[in-house]
Write a protein that binds this ligand. Structure first.
Ligand code: BES
Ligand code: ZN
Ligand code: ZN
Length: 508
């Protein structure tokens, strides 16, 4: 992974392949952001004018490369847009810094070292720039056999080193920010790698093996239920979804504990390693990206590891409900009735509504340990994508205050989300003539129907929220800010901040 160093050097004297500066849209045109004074001086104070001549405006997403004038040690200056300049004395928004740093890191793909001279006045600013740069410096190359990816002077390799200027390397808060950004980015990258891994290699079994290996590496307890244990344990939802595949299902539990923990969080992830739809087969055009249907499990796994790496004073249990949804002679059929882990029966009307079936069992199981709260994360419904688009996840909950907290936390860490309701009248659409409930209801409000289904499988009195990340989990468009094409690692940062806030006693 990209190395991060905090530096007090001047942007003019640090040896690097490029120096990154920020520019913004001021009331009278483009302005150079604080942090770039030494660079501007090397341009005789005309950096803004030079950039304006080249057509730069300071807009978010903009990246302009310039040859450096004499007086700078780096050969290249990269100006990245921060969007609207804040009013005098106001700080730059953390997400603007993250995105600009991410754009810079992506633009410098193939470079060895860059000095980031973006506006850093506080440890929070440093955290935002570090996160953006490290999250932007990502490439998935596991399956490249030729070309640059294997060469030493790899032109497609992520930026190798980030020197963060303006930071105070001996200040505790800055050091902690750098450590946190490094741990967080490594875990977001782990989630992205898992999501990008093709389903012929990432099966429930190989996913579980990866969790066991990481558990060993970081000293976390990992328990795996294989298909025999799931059958014996009565996990009808996970078994039903997995029974059509040659790759049998798993339920994985990974636990971070802290001796001083006062609270216990449970995270539950949907881990469908491939969603073909099953017998209710998805048509071509809807199945090409369905390797991403384990993004919830990847986020949960990554968040538990990040909490452990940072030694958070909170117990966090991750539950990964892993299965492959395939059609075959042994697959569950529309009309089948499953007896779930909770004992409730479900009529499967559509085998493509499989996520709620595996999650239901995992939610019931997670509830048995009476955690203070459960958060599930899932690429659950196309309806949520229709409602909120490709960058925003929906939040449902059985507790309005908890839903509001998660929305606020997501905003703080730079993840777009929106609170969604759980209208009680949608429950009757799932009434089944043969079983306790059907796995499908009204088409309208499909994302909310799925949330109402999950709620039925929670233990009594448990605070719960559900994040439907079907939109933001996988970026089919071009990269932007610190978000790459493909797996994004959506929800990892929200889960980690929830764990941090819970550890600090800020919640409930
Ligand atoms: N994995 C899909 C949801 C999905 C859609 C994720 C688009 C990512 C992008 C899920 O299992 C599914 O197929 N849901 C159905 C439910 C329906 C049959 C009730 C859907 O949303 O169409
Ligand atoms: Zn499905
Ligand atoms: Zn699915």
């Amino acid at each position: 992974m990209t190395a991060l160093t905090l530096s007090t050097s001047s942007a003019a004297t640090l040896r690097a392949d490029a120096v990154v500066v920020g520019v913004a849209k001021g009331p009278k045109g483009i302005v150079v952001a604080p942090g770039a004074e030494a660079v501007d001086k090397a341009f005789d104070g005309k950096l803004a004018a030079v950039l304006e001549t080249l057509g730069a405006s300071g807009a978010e997403g903009e990246a302009t490369k310039l040859p450096a004038p004499s007086g700078l040690k780096a050969p290249v200056v990269l100006a990245v847009g921060l969007g609207e300049a804040p009013a005098k004395d106001d700080a730059y928004d953390a997400e603007a810094l993250r995105r600009a740093a991410g754009t810079a890191a992506r633009t410098l793909t193939g470079s060895k070292k860059a000095a980031f001279a973006l506006p850093v006045e506080t440890a929070e600013d440093a955290a935002a720039v570090a996160e953006g740069a490290l999250l932007g410096a990502y490439a998935y190359t596991a399956y490249r056999t030729n070309g640059d990816a294997k060469k030493k002077d790899d032109k497609s390799a992520p930026l190798a080193e980030v020197a963060l200027l303006g930071a105070k390397p001996r200040d505790k808060a800055y050091k902690a920010a750098a450590e946190r950004a490094t741990a967080l980015a490594a875990e977001v990258h782990r989630a992205r790698d898992l999501i990008n891994a093709p389903s012929n290699d990432l099966t429930p079994k190989s996913f579980a093996t990866e969790v066991q290996a990481a558990g060993k590496e970081f000293g976390l307890k990992v328990e795996v239920l294989d298909e025999k244990a799931l059958l014996k344990g009565g996990y009808g939802g996970i078994m039903g979804v997995g029974q059509g595949s040659e790759n049998p299902p798993r339920l994985v539990k990974i636990t971070h504990t802290h001796a001083k923990a006062k609270k216990h969080l449970a995270f539950v992830g949907k881990g469908i390693t491939y969603d073909s739809g099953g017998i209710s087969l998805k048509p071509a055009g809807h199945n090409e990206t369905m390797k991403c249907d384990m993004s919830g499990a990847a986020a949960v796994f990554a968040a538990v590891l990040a909490a452990a790496k940072l030694g958070l004073e909170v117990n966090v249990t991750g539950w990964l409900a892993l299965a492959e949804n395939m059609p075959s002679g042994s697959a569950m059929r529309p009309g089948d009735v499953l007896t779930m882990y909770s004992g409730k029966t479900v009529e499967v009307l559509n085998t493509d509504a499989e996520g709620r079936l595996v999650l239901a069992d995992a939610l019931t199981r997670a509830s048995e340990e009476q955690p203070d709260a459960i958060v599930d994360v899932a690429t659950l419904t196309g309806a949520m994508v229709l409602a909120l688009g490709n960058r925003t996840f929906g939040i449902m909950a059985n507790d309005d205050a908890f839903r509001a907290s998660l929305h606020e936390i997501a905003e703080e860490v730079g993840e777009q989300s929106w609170p969604m309701p759980m209208p009680a009248e949608l429950r009757k659409g799932m009434d089944s003539p043969v079983a306790d409930i059907a796995n499908m209801g009204e088409r309208m409000g499909g994302g909310l129907v799925a949330g109402l289904f999950l709620k039925e499988f929670l233990g009594e009195g448990i605070t719960w929220a559900h994040l439907d990340i079907a939109g933001p989990a996988f970026n089919e468009g071009g990269p932007w800010g610190y978000t790459p094409k493909g797996g994004t690692g959506s929800a990892v940062r929200t889960l980690l901040r929830l764990a941090e806030r819970t550890a600090a006693g800020d919640l409930g």
